[in-house]
Design a protein around this ligand. Structure first.
Ligand code: ADP
Ligand code: ADP
Length: 222
């Protein structure tokens, strides 16, 4: 599903954020991406979503060379992914239901189908009873669950998360990571970036470790 081959990223200011990173995450697989702050985790995810393009090497997502994709096909690439952010980017003037519905409304799905899918997604994250509330009325962990429901509501085959537990206490963090595992168990390919090594070790999943832009663990030897 994701294949990096000798991927390097140098930002316009000359900073080398990634150096010759190679790994493969198979369809239906799951991995955590870790490393200290500044190690290159966000950069690596941005190469997958085409928020950035690599300077050298090749990034394949579902067989597509992401850097070479014409810009008219970038929205389609992003629709094949669910993306969860640390600050979940919820709309505070809309209910939980309406927040989760956003991707489906944009896609123009009929009203009944939107309802059905939003309810299925909220059910998966345990928030069905809170659909009419506004995000301000939810705890931090619940807000992040809404962000996850929104990321999966269009049933993407690939789920990416960038520090999804950054603002949560350890117990809630473990619950959120457990949710990602559940999506993986129904066939979704999952890649989660987190600097929380203790939590990641406890999950017992594959770990990719970045150190100053190089893959120090979990990749393919150069
Ligand atoms: P992480 O997610 O592991 O904290 P990042 O990928 O955000 O790491 O950043 C890796 C390095 O790249 C950092 O030193 C950061 O300052 C640098 N960096 C990130 N974005 C840019 C940019 N747009 N221009 C220049 N340097 C950047
Ligand atoms: P339905 O098939 O009726 O949409 P499900 O009970 O199978 O309902 O749950 C669908 C929900 O599962 C989605 O709304 C989403 O939350 C989550 N999901 C996301 N991607 C997948 C996937 N590839 N396979 C199964 N479930 C997924």
């Amino acid at each position: 599903m994701i294949r990096f081959t000798e991927v390097s990223k140098r930002y316009p200011n000359g900073f080398q954020a990634l150096s010759r990173v190679s790994f493969h995450l198979e369809r239906g697989g799951m991995a955590f991406l870790t490393g200290h702050s500044g190690a290159g985790k966000s950069t690596l995810l941005k190469l997958i979503t085409r928020m950035e393009t690599c300077s050298q090497g090749q990034v394949l997502v579902d067989g597509q060379n992401v850097a070479r994709l014409p810009s008219r096909r970038v929205p389609g690439l992003r629709r094949s992914m669910g993306i969860v952010f640390q600050n979940h980017h919820l709309l505070f003037d809309r209910t939980v239901f309406d927040n989760v519905a956003v991707p489906l409304v944009i896609a123009g799905l009929p009203h009944g189908e939107v309802r059905r899918r939003v309810h299925a997604a909220l059910d998966k994250v345990g928030l069905l009873s809170k659909e009419k509330l506004y995000p301000i009325a939810l705890s931090g962990g619940e807000q992040q669950r809404v962000g996850i429901a929104r990321a999966v509501v269009h049933r993407p085959p690939l789920l990416l998360a960038d520090e999804p537990t950054g603002n949560l206490d350890p117990e809630l963090s473990a619950e959120i990571m457990g949710l990602f595992e559940q999506f993986n168990q129904v066939g979704v390919t999952v890649l989660v970036a987190s600097h929380d090594l203790a939590l990641i070790r406890a999950m017992g999943q594959r770990v990719l470790t970045l150190a100053r832009g190089e893959l120090a663990q979990g990749g393919v030897p150069a």
